[in-house]
Design a protein around this ligand. Structure first.
Ligand code: SF4
Length: 594
């Protein structure tokens, strides 16, 4: 049982807060019945494997690197969860061998090592809680994401969440979205800080008031054609201002244009960004605006009813006893707590190491959301959870409750909070164990660069292959996995990239610097960061430092870690992180865990 600093059990503080009105369910029991039938027919040989694969992906069930087990992805539109839903996710985490739920960079939750026979059990349990796996994978519009501070951010034009919710509900199970040329990702942000990372999505929508600088009407800057992967591209604006009332027809028109013009012959050239590259942004804009006009005349679009975040009903919080100076709690408050625009309340980042949380940890967060917050939680695209509406005076109690389950971690969305995709641990396309490296880097930073650990705006992101599910292109230091022979022997390596800049006039992706054997990456990264710490100008951000110092010098700094001695002299150098067996390049047919 979690205990507050005043000695009160958090459960004692609970009342029945469940976040007010419950969200409409995303689930549909009938499609789980058909999933069950499809699995039966597949086992009986009545459905061929390719047909089954497509159906399975459409329902959020991926193949894993390991035979006979699946990854089940739960779609969490805009990252929104009630405490009860989080508890259901906890129950399911405990049914998996690792006992964890994994939060992804697209605000989904994934379970690994689920036997196919169990997938239906997961789906039914999720449906009971109003959650679905539908269209979490496959050639569909994937999860609609929103920057996690939406609704409480002091800088936002307005809360984009209701609009994201409307887009997600409009497209889920919509026939126009069932057989796209490739996956399609949509993200929202509430302000120019762009925590939703709109430029890296097929469609991004940033809330603005307009039209023009003096305008006061709600609308969006809609951008299209962005994406990461081996050929990253920033999304470009569709038009200067899209009124909020036009949002659904606009998104539908972009999906329709993609459906018609996307490349169905070559999966590697199928995303919307390749349509923009081939036809040119002006031609794509013209197509979208024309299709939008047609859709407005022929399709019924539901009106969006905006809602406002409401404070939880007042509760008698026990006054915390005076707190003795505690460096750990102070560090947590400085690097994991954000003041909300609603005076007297704070949002709390719950940093999850590598995006993983156990069942007991998820239950503790759910209890805390009920006891001190608004009974809700959001997942973030930085693989964390966010508690909102925590009264500032209750922060010590929140810290104590999180600390009791190992979740009062400082440095959320800072250097020490290393992002990683699942990598070769489970993904068929994975080359290296990105999760293993993420842990090693995080520990190395805490140990060797404690003064930089909580540096804001300085992020490390890792992918286990060039596909960029770990979003390595948008990091100060990005890494993606590969392999190379040294002295005739294969070793896992990482391409090291530096200096991404998001937002502003001249955004750019991180630039390639060097290829480093996996085991030597922490030392190379420490050398780079030590140089930054020692030579940065006052207030100089890492991307500016990269420009001033130059790639050539930075490459020279990491060069000592780019080669390996023969394996007889340094056998560990040829191993991957977390491995005790020799490295082998072993990728399978990709279902891409993006
Ligand atoms: S496909 Fe995605 S999840 Fe799999 S290793 Fe590559 S980047 Fe990671």
């Amino acid at each position: 049982m979690a205990v507050s600093r005043s000695g009160a059990a958090v459960e004692d503080l609970e009342d029945a807060v469940e976040g007010g009105e419950q969200p409409a369910s995303w689930a549909d029991e009938r499609e789980i019945d058909s999933f069950e039938r499809f699995v039966r027919d597949f086992h009986a040989g009545r459905v061929n494997p390719e047909e089954f694969r497509k159906f399975r992906l459409q329902h959020g069930v991926y193949g894993q690197r390991q035979q006979d087990v699946q990854m089940v992805r739960v779609k969490i539109p805009w990252g929104g969860l009630t405490a009860a839903q989080l508890e259901r996710l906890a129950d399911l985490a405990e049914r998996t061998p690792r006992g964890v739920a994994h939060v992804t960079t697209r605000q989904n939750v994934q379970y690994h090592f689920v036997p196919l026979a169990e997938a239906e059990v997961f789906m039914r349990a999720l449906a009971e809680a109003g959650l679905t796996t539908r269209e979490a994978c496959g050639n569909t519009v994937r999860n609609v994401t929103v920057g996690h501070c939406a609704g409480v951010c002091p800088r936002e034009a307005f809360d984009p969440t209701p609009y994201a919710d409307a887009v997600a509900r409009f497209l889920l199970r919509n026939p126009m979205n069932q057989n796209l040329p490739r996956k399609f990702k949509i993200a929202f942000s509430g302000c120019a800080d762009d925590t939703g990372l709109t430029p890296i999505h097929d469609v991004g929508a940033r809330a603005v008031l307009g039209p023009g600088a003096a305008g006061t009407a709600r609308g969006f800057v809609v951008v299209l054609g962005g994406g990461l992967g081996p050929a990253p591209r920033f999304a470009e604006p569709l038009e200067p201002f899209t009124p909020a009332a036009d949002l659904l027809p606009t998104v539908a028109a972009i999906v329709r244009v993609f459906d018609r013009h996307g490349n169905r012959e070559n999966r590697n050239l199928a995303r919307l960004k390749f349509v923009v590259k081939k036809l040119g942004i002006d031609a794509v804009r013209a197509l979208v605006l024309k299709v939008r006009e047609g859709l407005r005349a022929t399709m019924a679009f539901p009106a969006v009813t905006p809602w406002e975040e409401q404070p939880p009903s007042p509760r008698a919080l026990e006054a915390s006893a005076p707190i003795a100076p505690d460096a750990a709690c102070s560090r947590w408050r400085a690097s994991a707590v954000l003041p909300q625009k609603q005076r007297g309340y704070a949002a709390v980042h719950v940093r999850l190491v590598r995006g993983d949380a156990t069942g007991p940890q998820l239950r503790a967060v759910a209890a805390l959301a009920r006891a001190l917050g608004d009974g809700r939680v959001r997942t973030s695209n930085q693989q964390n959870l966010i508690l909102r509406w925590i009264p500032v005076e209750a922060l010590p109690a929140a810290y104590a409750a999180l600390d009791a389950v190992g979740l009062a971690l400082p440095g959320a969305e800072r250097l020490v909070d290393v992002t990683s995709c699942p990598g070769a641990d489970t993904c068929q396309l994975g080359i290296t164990s990105s999760r293993g490296l993420a842990l090693a880097l995080s520990e190395t930073i805490e140990r060797e660069l404690p003064d930089l650990a909580d540096a804001p705006g300085l992020r490390i992101k890792i992918s286990g292959c060039p596909n960029s599910c770990g979003q390595h292109h948008v990091a100060a230091i990005g890494l993606y996995g590969g392999a190379r022979k040294f002295h005739g022997e294969q070793a896992p390596t990482y391409q090291l990239l530096v200096g991404a800049r998001l937002g502003g006039e001249a955004p750019r992706y991180a630039r390639p610097l060097a290829r480093i054997p996996a085991r030597q990456v922490p030392a190379a990264v420490v050398a780079l960061l030590a140089l930054y710490r020692g030579e940065r100008a006052a207030g100089e951000a890492f991307d500016g430092f990269v420009d001033r110092v130059g790639l050539e010098r930075l490459a020279a700094v990491v060069e000592p870690w780019s080669e390996l001695p023969p394996s007889a002299d340094a056998p560990d150098g040829y191993l991957d992180w977390g491995a005790d067996q020799p490295f082998a390049l072993a990728t399978g047919p990709g279902e891409c865990a993006a």
